[in-house]
Structures are given as structure tokens and as C-alpha cells.
Design a protein around this ligand. Structure first.
Ligand code: GLA
Length: 382
């Protein structure tokens, strides 16, 4: 439906013939705040995506319609500045990356839209960057690899949008594979797919619908705290570059030299990196219950040690766990709002959604949204 609407809008607005690109949002099963510490993450692309109809128009003018926002933006491909509207910067940032590499992007017409809820921590911004990077690459036959598309999209977010995110979101949007989750080694960028067929379960996201304003400043603070931790450890271990290179026993040995807060942060990260590795083994054995137990531990660590959770996320995670309708739950993504991810037993699917919505309303007087998600392929042409 969404695709048809986008095509229809394109045809009634422009007289060029577009290619259609889709790029999905992401979930992350385990491995949170580990990507910028050169650790492991375990994400997947989901069935919520940005769809973009785009065509070159033989001018220097770029005309973009954001269908869902009922908004539009025009600019010259050779001379543009950051936009106050916000959303165009994801596109401008990507174009800037092409231009920095000396890769031409010609004037274009575009209509885009999608069904990734905004601000819910499902990486709608990464999906948008990847959709445009993929689109420009295809339109101009630049032959960029998937990895180059990922890196340019991440660089657009870091340099133009000024969000210091790691590589996970863009990587997941591009490399997702249906019914599989993958373990990405954020140090080497090697990755491996694992079957994630949930015969007896469903993945359900509970959206707090909250985004605390602390989110981006605290994200940057966590990055700095991790760097502080590394500099303490580098006095003892000269060949380490990140928390990835440190074991928990090495950390514990030097506890007294740490600021207690920095110590907690490092402990969480090192344990979380280990949990991802353990979870891969559990998946190979088909032990989803064991996998879910690790998700509980991740939530505990994110809440108490890394301190990126919030009342609403803690509430949803604890209610879900107590309900016995799930085998795993935790907050997902950067934190301070967004969603919890839940592995829900099939027989309780409807009951779970109703129960969570009801308790969230009754006890916090807030509206909950729930999304049942399926794991899909990464960025592609339609
Ligand atoms: C955000 C960032 C990611 C990652 C997560 C936390 O989603 O964009 O790079 O750091 O937070 O795991």
C-alpha cells in the first residue's frame, strides 16, 4: 500500500521514471552499547522500512517530497546548507559523503515515506541514510560495496547530523537477512548469520513512546566514560585499543584505580560483549530460553551499571518478566526511551499486548504502542 502511494505521488508530481529503494529499520537482540567499543552486536532488519522513489532529472535541482510528513524540500546539488527542518539533513549528509569521495550525484526527483515509527529507537534515520546511499549508488552506477554504503551512511550521521552513533544501525539496515540475526564483530566488521526461527515465539516491541532529552548527551558521555576506562587500562596493557581487548579479570584487578562510575560502565560493556558470544552458542544449540536469560541480564546491566534506562523502560521490562508470558525482555538501543524487545510465547501473544498496554496506562498513565516484528532482508531495490 505504502509503495503504491509513493509511486502514485511520484507520478503525479514528477515526469521522470524512478527506481524504488526500500531500506529497513532494525532491532538488536543482544549486544547493546558495544559497537563503539569494538565489541559484538546481534541485530536484524525488520519489516518496517523507508521506501524511496528516486530518479535523476538532468538538472542541478533536487526536489524531495516527504510523503508522511506532508513536507518537501528543494536544493541545488552543488550548493546546499544544513536545513532547519531536520529530515533533509539525512539526505544532504549522504550526498556530502559521495561528494567527498569524488563520486558524482546529479540533480534528482524523489518521493519517500515509510512505516518505521520515528523516535522509537528502530533506526529510521539509518534506514533513510542507507536508502539514499543505495539509491544514488544505483542511479549513477558507482559500484560501491554494501560495506561502503554502510560506512558512508554512518559518516553522514556522525558528520552532518552530528550524532556520534556506532556502526550497528546502518550495518543492520543494509546486511539484514530474512529469518536470520547476525553477529557483527565491530572491530573487524566480520559478520556471521544465525538462524532465528521462532516457531513457538513472536518478537514484540513495546514502545514507551517516550524520548527523554538526555538521550544524545548521555550517549556521548558514555562513549567518553568508556574511553576514560581504556586510558586507565592502557597504563598496564600497552596493546589494547578498546574495551573489546580486555577481560573481566583484567578489569577487576585494577578496580581501585578507577572512578567507580567509569568502572561500572566498563564492567557492563565487557560482560555484554561476552554475553553476545555466549548467546551465539546458545542459538547453535537451539537454546532460546538460555538466550532470553541473557537478555534479562543485559537489561539489568543497562539499567544499573550503564544507566541508560529510564522509569518507563524499567517498568515495561519488569512487568513483562513477571508476567511469565515472555522468555526474554530488555530495553533496546541507545536508551532513555524507545522500545523494549520481548520474546513472547505464542499462546500469550494477544494477552501480552493487552496486559502491557493496560498496566502502562493504569500505573504510569501512559499510552503504549506494541509492534509485532518479523525479520527481513536488508536494503534492496523493489
Ligand atoms: C544507538 C546507536 C548505535 C548503538 C546503540 C546502542 O542505536 O546508533 O550505534 O550504539 O545505540 O547499542
Amino acid at each position: 500500500m505504502q509503495v503504491e502511494d509513493i509511486k502514485k505521488e511520484f507520478n503525479s508530481t514528477f515526469d521522470t521514471t524512478p527506481i524504488i529503494v526500500r531500506s529497513p529499520g532494525r532491532i538488536n537482540l543482544i549486544g547493546e552499547h558495544t559497537d563503539y567499543n569494538e565489541g559484538y552486536v546481534m541485530p536484524a532488519a525488520i519489516d518496517k522500512e523507508i521506501v524511496c522513489a528516486i530518479a535523476t532529472n538532468n538538472t542541478n535541482n533536487c526536489r524531495v517530497v516527504a510523503l508522511d510528513m506532508k513536507d518537501s524540500f528543494e536544493f541545488d546539488i552543488n550548493s546546499f546548507n544544513k536545513s532547519d527542518k531536520g529530515w533533509p539533513n539525512y539526505i544532504l549528509g549522504v550526498i556530502e559523503q559521495f561528494q567527498k569521495k569524488g563520486l558524482e550525484v546529479k540533480g534528482f526527483d524523489c518521493v519517500f515515506g515509510g512505516d518505521i515509527p520515528l523516535g522509537a529507537g528502530l533506526s529510521s534515520s539509518a534506514a533513510m541514510e542507507c536508502a539514499f546511499a543505495f539509491g544514488f549508488n544505483t542511479l549513477h552506477n558507482h559500484n560501491l560495496s554494501k560495506l561502503e554504503i554502510v560506512k558512508m551512511s554512518q559518516a553522514a550521521e556522525n558528520e552532518y547530523v552530528d550524532v556520534q552513533c556506532g556502526i550497528m544501525d546502518q550495518f543492520a539496515s543494509v546486511h539484514g537477512m530474512a529469518d536470520q540475526i547476525f553477529r557483527l564483530d565491530c572491530k573487524t566488521l566480520d559478520f556471521e548469520y544465525f538462524n532465528f526461527i521462532l516457531d513457538d515465539y513472536h518478537l514484540v516491541l513495546c514502545d514507551t513512546q517516550i524520548k527523554h532529552s538526555l538521550a544524545s548527551s548521555e550517549y556521548n558521555t558514555r562513549r567518553k566514560e568508556c574511553e576514560q576506562g581504556i586510558s586507565v587500562l592502557q597504563k598496564h596493557y600497552n596493546n589494547i585499543n578498546s574495551l573489546r581487548d580486555i577481560s573481566i579479570s583484567q578489569l577487576k584487578k585494577h578496580e581501585k584505580e578507577f572512578d567507580p562510575i567509569v568502572y561500572k560502565r566498563c564492567k557492563y560493556v565487557i560482560e555484554e560483549i561476552k554475553r553476545v558470544i555466549d548467546c551465539c552458542e546458545l542459538l547453535i544449540k537451539g537454546d532460546l530460553i538460555g538466550f532470553g536469560k541473557n537478555m534479562y541480564k543485559t537489561h539489568e546491566g543497562l539499567s544499573k551499571e550503564y544507566e541508560v534506562s529510564c522509569t518507563e523502560l524499567d517498568f515495561l521490562a519488569s512487568k513483562a518478566k513477571e508476567s511469565n508470558m515472555v522468555i526474554g525482555t530488555r530495553m533496546m538501543g541507545g536508551g532513555f526511551g524507545g522500545c523494549t524487545i520481548n520474546i513472547v510465547k505464542n499462546e500469550f501473544l494477544d494477552q501480552f499486548k493487552e496486559y502491557m498496554t493496560e498496566v502502562y496506562k493504569n500505573e504510569l498513565n501512559l499510552e503504549l504502542k506494541t509492534y509485532m516484528v518479523k525479520i527481513k532482508n536488508g536494503t534492496s531495490l523493489l
